[in-house]
Write a protein that binds this ligand. Structure first.
Ligand code: MN
Length: 363
């Protein structure tokens, strides 16, 4: 059994097996990890309440234990999520992560009743801002919102900007609703007005779609998260809303949730659908929106072929490093990227430069 958090990861993977690329040369850039999770005790308590009631979303109910149960197997995960202090910093030092961009872990407040969700999103943003104040060179953060309360969410985005946070995180759908719906316009307007990127983070497929995912565990991170989040990103692109927000940036984890792989076919079949009148024609191709508005992160991806695919499809300036701590083994993520057979210019872009540009961090 390979240790979940130790150094005993599978060195036989492609990429990780290629040694010596930058072992000798000292790094002259920072490793910035951009999808790093935390949770607050208050939100854990509310999740417990929701999971104990009859209305919990079924995927969340099945996943709840992985975050909530303080069993010996989960104690480490639970403790790591709650730690915004010395333990997390010590881990970062051990792994060689210079900065974590922190965000409230999925599904965040998006499974809670509205009033409680709005309250706890704000409270978690305050706690995050306080942690960053304590470790300003090691932490930055993305603020949480509750999308269904649009006006409150828009106001919270302005407050997030005021707190000095560097973006906003949304965990895909909220109660079956997606951000392309016209009612969510105030959220996009607030993001654009504040110049903040949106991190569209995964969660399980929405209640209207989850049934066929429940067998074989397919609702989870191996497939359902990417299917759900990729769908959400495609809805945003195909709605045309990005035409109104030329400077808006959206971040997708997991090397783009599958979209870079499909990009040419997405264009090709879109053009066919336009020809037969099945979809409305957009000013630009779907791939043009993706290449201009989206960046992707390496969260959870430590295999060379998909990294190469993203470099070819998107270029070095659209890929950011993420460790997905504490869910993934960030030792594996760092070892993979340190040793990937790419130039140090590309490595620096992925580890540091793109994060500074996209999130507006000091270089
Ligand atoms: Mn994550």
């Amino acid at each position: 059994m390979v240790s979940r958090y130790g150094l005993g990861f599978d060195r036989a993977k492609p990429g990780a097996a290629i040694d010596g690329v930058c072992d000798e040369a000292p790094m002259t850039f920072r490793r910035i990890a951009v999808e790093e999770a935390f949770v607050t005790p208050e939100i854990v308590d509310e999740w417990r309440r929701v999971l104990g009631g009859p209305d919990a979303e079924i995927g969340f109910r099945r996943m709840g234990d992985s975050i909530l149960a303080e069993t010996p197997a989960n104690a480490s995960l639970h403790r790591r999520l709650l730690d915004l202090g010395t333990g997390r910093i010590a881990h970062m030092d051990a792994v060689g992560i210079d900065m974590q961009i922190l965000s409230l872990t999925a599904p965040g407040v998006q499974t809670l009743p509205s009033a409680k969700a709005v309250e706890l999103a704000s409270a978690s943003n305050d706690q995050l801002a306080a942690a960053i104040l304590a470790y300003p060179t090691r932490f930055a953060g993305l603020g949480a919102i509750f999308p269904l309360e649009c006006a409150a969410a828009a106001a919270e985005i302005h407050r997030i900007k005021g707190l000095g946070l560097h973006g906003v995180i949304v965990n895909s759908h909220t109660a079956d609703e997606y951000l392309d719906l016209p009612k969510f316009a105030p959220i996009w307007e607030a993001l654009a007005a504040c110049g903040l990127p949106l991190y569209l983070h995964p969660r399980e497929p929405s209640p209207s779609m989850i049934k066929p995912y429940l067998d074989y565990g397919l609702y989870f991170a191996g497939w359902g998260f990417a299917a759900e989040t990729g769908l959400h990103a495609m809805r945003i692109i195909m709605s045309g809303l990005l035409d109104s927000f030329p400077d808006l940036r959206i971040v997708l984890g997991h090397l783009g949730e599958g979209i870079p792989f499909w990009l040419d076919r997405i264009d090709n079949r879109y053009l066919l659908q336009v020809r037969i009148g099945a979809v409305k024609e957009l000013p630009r191709l779907p791939s043009a929106y993706f290449r201009e508005h989206f960046v992707v992160t390496t969260a959870g991806m430590t295999s060379l072929p998909p990294l190469h695919l993203c470099l070819e499809m998107l270029g070095k300036d659209r890929i950011l490093f993420a460790g997905d701590y504490p869910y993934e083994d960030d030792v594996e993520g760092v070892t993979f990227l340190d040793h990937a057979p790419i130039s140090d210019t590309v490595r620096q872009a992925i580890y540091q430069d793109n994060a500074c540009r996209v999130f507006g961090l000091a270089a």
